[in-house]
Design a protein around this ligand. Structure first.
Ligand code: S3P
Length: 180
């Protein structure tokens, strides 16, 4: 059995599969799974759309940074972050310093298909999701590419396979330790 030495942080756009792959990773590594959006919603006592509507995106981003900083103080676990977290320079620096980061990269069709299943993402509500995601890919991919590792995730692919590839990559880089 292999165990994480540091928290594994998944970054990437909405619909890349951070939450579902994150759960598989946590299961395979015997680690806890956390989702920064869930933690922010809990701390604020309201949903992500309500935080955006009532407090605005800037307040959400501050809360996100604080929540991620707190989670990185906890024992090693698997953490899925909201798509904008790693784009903020301060939050990105924190993650790069304290965790092992993995960019879950997906093509546009995969992102459009996966995000169409839910309607609780404020950034995709006003406008054409394909156009918005195209713009976000152009704006954000340079930041995501600073993650320590990059793994591709495709629609129709198995999340277990993506998780296994992440484990192989970080293990090869010495990020896992053996436990009896
Ligand atoms: C956001 C992504 C969402 C959530 C919020 C903003 C973004 O998380 O944090 O709606 O800026 O990309 P997911 O990536 O988990 O959908």
């Amino acid at each position: 059995m292999k165990r994480l030495r540091r928290t594994l942080v998944l970054v990437g756009l909405m619909g890349a599969g951070k939450t579902s792959v994150g759960r598989k990773l946590a299961e395979a590594l015997g680690a806890d799974f956390r989702d920064s959006d869930d933690e922010i919603a809990r701390a604020a006592g309201r949903s992500i759309p309500d935080i955006f509507a009532d407090l605005g995106e800037a307040a959400f981003r501050d809360g996100e940074r604080r929540v991620i900083a707190r989670l990185l103080d906890e024992p090693p676990h698997v953490l899925a972050t909201g798509g904008g977290a790693f784009v903020r320079a301060e939050t990105r620096a924190l993650i790069l310093d304290r965790a092992v980061s993995v960019w879950l990269r997906a093509d546009l069709d995969t992102l459009v298909e996966r995000t169409s299943r839910r309607n609780d993402r404020p950034l995709l509500r006003d406008g054409n999701p394909r156009e918005i995601l195209t713009r976000l890919m152009a704006e954000r991919d340079p930041a995501y590419s600073e993650a320590a590792f990059t793994v591709d995730s495709r629609a129709g692919g198995r999340q277990e396979d993506v998780a296994a590839e992440i484990i192989r990559k970080i293990d090869r880089a010495g990020e896992l330790e053996d436990v009896a």
